[in-house]
Write a protein that binds this ligand. Structure first.
Ligand SMILES: [Zn+2]
Length: 568
């Protein structure tokens, strides 16, 4: 999903070294007491050498011991906070490997259209929100989904009469198309004589007049006219985002964003405001700038890390802009579009790889995935072996022969399970019964030896790993029409999903030595859940609740505690 930084509402509107048998001791720095001890827990460590334990001791930012409750209790001193987990499940802190973090933060205070089920409800919500906004301010965000009411695309005529004083530029939840009202089109100078844009679409009515819908690269025609947010607005949006995901057990995110995002993260880092660790990924075409930045000041630290570059091959399924080898089943003359040329993608990937950087590319349709796998294969051959960890983001619809290429080329599949139970409501209509067999092909990828990293693509989907685990394990679609799972042969187990939300994300961001499992010496990033996900019926996983989130040994969210953001 392209970053929508460029558009939003201005109203936002914003702690004795004992040698204990069987206990894995961290060599403590002199005199520092154990600050936190979690005992009587079901500790899922993610460490194959010791998959389960009962207790964890934390000293400063790091894990001092993993072992039995008795051993850990012995390490506690008077200042230690001892948490009796009462058999609840402790896992490594959740990593969300794909977010649009600051956009997500802005969304929290924008017009909410995600669950608008009818055109009438859509219009009513826009009207109600516009009434709360200063005259002349842009209304953005929204995250509407026309599939909620059967697929008819909204038009500017729907909302013009209820938004006379505000330009409106509201996006579909996938970010690959947006609706402008007439005020916004006027502000952007978009008329019937505006030329089409390569890699994008201006949707027009029978008379050639723009309906208000602009897709992919055509979106820029309006984006560039939306006033950018101030630093203070970005800071408030970031703080709202970190609180929001902390309440969902997330300790680290991989932000698919911009250099402005990075500047916002670094401001928060410098001010000591961060409670979420961030892998700050910037646009692929800017690889030379990143090379120079890394050369000048390294990859950052455990709070803000840099080194990754994100590019795009195609659009999305929901907007019929994902690139396929064969036409869409419901649009036989259309097989999607490439938003960048293979030539450019090769040049950027090659340049970035030779600069020692990580290349991360959005590819959704089977033609887009094959195009980028071919480029990865060629670049790896030309540049020789190195620990490069190429990533394909989304990887939603893989042609069967390409599944094995992920593991053979060492390409990480960075996927968003919640999309599967969302798109599963209507995807077969768009790509047919054959192509859905290898759609969100989690099991096929795992069985072929590929590495998975899970995430949400927030704001496109909720940044809630427990819902993502539920989605990957049950594949029960949001309309409850697939009780045994949509494409059930692609279901995976709870521990596979947990691993993809923990170590998988750490590995995909070159941070597995420091996080992603509960092991002595690693950063104390931990998530406490109110039930053992491996011992409950899978369909109840989404009812599980986060009880506590800990980052670097500090409790950043505690259910029911004063000041803790709600989980709703
Ligand atoms: Zn995205």
């Amino acid at each position: 999903m392209p970053s929508l930084r460029r558009a939003r509402t201005v109203g936002f509107l914003a702690a004795i070294p004992l040698l204990l048998p069987g206990c894995m001791m961290h060599r403590p720095s002199a005199g520092e007491p154990v600050s936190l001890a979690i005992v009587n827990a079901r500790v899922w460590t993610g460490d194959p050498r010791r998959p389960w334990a009962d207790a964890v001791a934390v000293r400063g930012e790091r894990i001092a011991a993993v072992g039995s409750s008795a051993e850990v209790r012995k390490m506690a001193v008077s200042t230690t906070r001892v948490v009796d987990a009462k058999g609840q499940m402790l896992v490594p802190g959740f990593q969300d490997s794909h977010v649009h973090f600051i956009d997500g933060g802005f969304r929290l205070a924008s017009v909410q259209l995600r669950d608008a089920r009818t055109p009438a409800e859509f219009i009513a919500r826009v009207k109600a929100f516009a009434a709360t906004q200063p005259k002349g301010s842009w209304i953005t965000g929204g995250d509407w989904d026309h599939e909620q009411w059967g697929g008819e695309l909204p038009q500017r005529s729907w909302i013009d009469s209820v938004t006379p004083d505000n330009p409106v530029w509201i996006n579909r939840l996938d970010g690959h198309m947006s609706l402008a009202n007439s005020a916004a089109l006027r502000a952007a100078g978009v008329t019937r004589s505006t030329a089409d844009v390569a890699g994008g679409t201006i949707v027009r009515d029978a008379s050639g007049e723009p309906t208000g819908i602009l897709k992919d690269n055509a979106s820029w025609l309006v984006d560039q006219h939306v006033p950018p947010p101030s630093e203070a607005q970005n800071d408030r949006a970031l703080d709202a985002a970190t609180r929001y995901v902390a309440a969902r057990g997330v300790t680290s995110v991989h932000n698919m964003g911009t250099w402005d995002d990075l500047a916002t993260f670094e401001r928060a880092r410098a001010a000591g405001r961060l409670i979420t660790r961030i892998y700050a990924v910037v646009p692929l075409a800017s690889w030379a700038r990143l090379r120079d930045t890394v050369a000048a000041r390294g990859h950052g630290d455990a709070w803000v890390r840099i080194g990754g570059l994100k590019g795009f091959v195609d659009g999305s399924l929901g907007s019929h802009t994902a690139a396929f080898l064969q036409p869409f089943t419901d649009a036989p003359n259309d097989s999607g579009l490439l938003v960048n040329t293979p030539r450019d993608l090769y040049d950027w990937t090659s340049g970035a790889d030779r600069a020692g950087l990580q290349v991360i590319v959005h590819a959704i349709g089977d033609r887009a995935i094959r195009t980028q796998l071919d480029i990865f294969e060629r670049v790896a051959r030309e540049d020789g072996p190195r620990d490069r960890r190429f990533r394909i983001e989304h990887a939603q619809h893989i042609a069967p022969p390409d599944i094995a290429r992920f593991s053979s080329l060492g390409v990480i599949a960075s996927m968003q399970p919640y999309h599967a139970i969302d798109d599963g409501r209507w995807a077969e209509k768009v790509i047919g019964p054959e192509r859905i067999r290898t759609t969100y092909a989690f099991r096929s990828l795992l069985e072929s030896g590929a590495r998975l990293a899970f995430g949400s693509d927030w704001f496109v989907a909720p940044p809630t790993p427990l819902e993502g685990i539920y989605a990957a394990v049950t594949r029960r679609t949001l309309d409850d029409r697939n009780p045994n799972g949509w494409v059930p042969e692609q279901k995976i187990g709870v521990e596979d999903a947990l691993r993809a939300y923990t170590l998988g994300g750490a590995y995909a961001s070159f941070r597995e030595k420091d996080m992603g499992s509960i092991e002595r010496g690693k950063l104390a990033d931990l998530t406490l859940i109110d039930r053992d996900l491996t011992r409950i019926p899978p369909e109840t996983i989404r009812d599980a609740q986060v009880v506590m989130t800990i980052v670097g040994g500090r409790v950043v969210y505690e259910r029911g505690a004063a000041g803790s953001a709600p989980q709703e």
